[in-house]
Design a binder for this molecule. Structure first.
Ligand code: S3P
Ligand code: PEP
Length: 447
């Protein structure tokens, strides 16, 4: 899990059109949460469409280490037998979170209000990411921490029961911090309240309700207020996980950029707190049609038909950032081939993801021959007007810094290039999208 995987360099070259129909794997955020809540419900939760990526498998291993039964059936259905809220067991070994920020921060929330101690470790990328943002509220609830300098992994967390219910206004727009506090609140007597000045993805709220937690969501003075009343029992559920819009994003942009493409991406989750990329791409002139809009597992879903399109640069409204926070690397690639300039701002959070995604993408795109200017809180990109990018020079390769989204974004840039784009390491792609290259070969007719 912790990326002892040897680096897997690869060159991605200009391709034929993307056509036919593909189906991307299940949503990563929803997959994590279905295992965590299933592991707290007494009885059997069944999950179909679970993302079997390394990040989600790290969550599954951690929940097993704390007493839940988490098993994959031969038909691909996952069965989870939970221990009950308040009954997580003391893990016997460190919880290895691999590359996964979501696993780490949400599980810290769960452990914080149980009378257990857990050591959290991760790979080189995760060990650089800030955990102070969850240490602060969870300390207020009574948990204690011994963290590495700067509030980083490895860290030891001593949970407490009973924990203290708090009211916490999020200082950063982060669904992980929100979820950590709500999950800690699940086993805390009384009402734990999270105030969200800027709305972030709401999968935790939807799923907590689905499992029968006592949760209210309201609005006061333009802020979202989420209240969880603790110590309620969770009831096991049958969950169908929709396709991940963050994975579909790579194929949508590839189809927009490669001439002649006409691709249907089936079963894409379009929760409004996640789907802003598709609106921005449409504003740029992208032909993206929603077919057969429906509900899957309590989330809006559609098949997306995407056709090659001439794109124009846009100024992206910073208000949409939380609803496409993971999609900026691939948006930058679309912008690099658009006509005119694309300006982005308000992207400070991108600097604390698996890599500093502003700098990593500025360097990667520049190496591939695009024109990108780095600013403190975003990138300004001057597009080619539809011409392919030159590609990376002989002997040079893009540095991905253990970041799956940089690797996949630059793979798509390679498809839309003359000489191809060399990527130093594609191994981290398996954290969120293990079938990426197989689906790429299928869509481009090279499998
Ligand atoms: O809650 C989640 O499942 C996630 C929240 C986001 O992180 P932040 O909360 O740090 O913005 C996102 O980047 C991550 O991929 C998944
Ligand atoms: C930021 C991401 O994930 P995490 O925070 O879970 O590592 C991501 O998948 O882009």
């Amino acid at each position: 899990m912790s990326h002892s995987n040897p680096p897997s360099p690869k060159r991605f070259s200009g391709s034929g059109p993307l056509t036919g129909r593909i189906r991307v794997p299940g949503d990563k955020s929803i997959s994590h949460r279905s295992i965590m809540l299933g592991a707290l419900a007494v009885g059997e939760t069944r999950v179909t469409g679970l993302l079997e990526g390394e990040d989600v498998l790290a969550t599954a291993a951690a929940m097993r280490a704390m007493g839940a039964k988490v098993e994959r059936g031969e038909d691909g259905t996952w069965r989870i037998n939970g221990v009950g809220v308040g009954s997580l067991l003391q893990p016997q070994q460190a919880l290895d979170m691999g590359n996964s920020g979501t696993s780490t921060r949400l599980l810290m929330g769960l452990v914080a209000s149980h009378p257990i101690t857990a050591m959290f470790t991760g790979d080189a990328s995760l060990s650089k990411r800030p955990m102070g943002r969850v240490i602060d509220p969870l300390s207020q609830m009574g948990a204690s921490f011994e963290a590495s300098p700067g509030g980083r992994l490895p860290l030891m967390l001593r949970g407490i029961s009973p924990a203290v219910p708090i009211t916490y206004r999020l200082p950063v727009a982060s669904a992980q911090v929100k979820s950590a506090v709500l999950l800690a609140g699940l086993n805390t007597a009384g009402t734990t309240t999270v105030i969200e000045p800027v709305p972030t993805r709401d999968h935790s709220e939807r799923m907590l309700r689905g499992f029968g937690a006592s949760l209210e969501v309201g609005e006061e003075n333009g802020e979202r207020i989420i209240r969880i009343h603790g110590e309620a029992d969770l009831k096991p559920q049958d969950i169908v996980v929709p396709g991940d819009p963050s994975s579909a994003a790579f194929f949508a942009v590839a189809a927009l950029l490669v001439p002649g493409s006409d691709l249907v991406i089936e079963n894409v989750g379009l929760n409004p707190t996640r789907a802003a990329l598709f609106d921005v791409l449409r504003d740029m002139g992208g032909q993206i049609e929603e077919l057969d809009r429906r509900e899957v597992g309590g989330e809006p879903v559609a098949d997306l038909r995407v056709r090659h399109s001439a794109l124009s640069g846009v100024e992206v409204d910073p208000a949409v950032v939380p609803a496409m926070v993971d999609e900026f690397p691939i948006l930058f690639v679309a912008a690099a081939l658009a006509q005119g300039t694309t300006t982005t701002s308000g992207l400070e959070e991108l600097r604390v993801k698996e890599s500093d995604r502003i700098t990593a993408m500025a360097n990667a795109l520049t190496l591939a021959g695009a024109r990108a200017e780095e600013r403190e809180d975003g990138l300004v990109i001057h597009g080619t007007g539809g011409d392919p990018l030159p590609g990376t020079p002989a002997g040079a390769e893009v540095t991905t810094h253990l970041d799956h989204r940089i690797a996949m974004s630059m793979a798509v840039a390679g498809l839309a290039s003359r000489e191809g784009v060399a990527v130093d390491d594609t191994a981290p792609v398996a954290t969120s999208f293990p079938t990426f290259e197989t689906l790429l070969a299928k869509a481009t007719g090279t499998s």
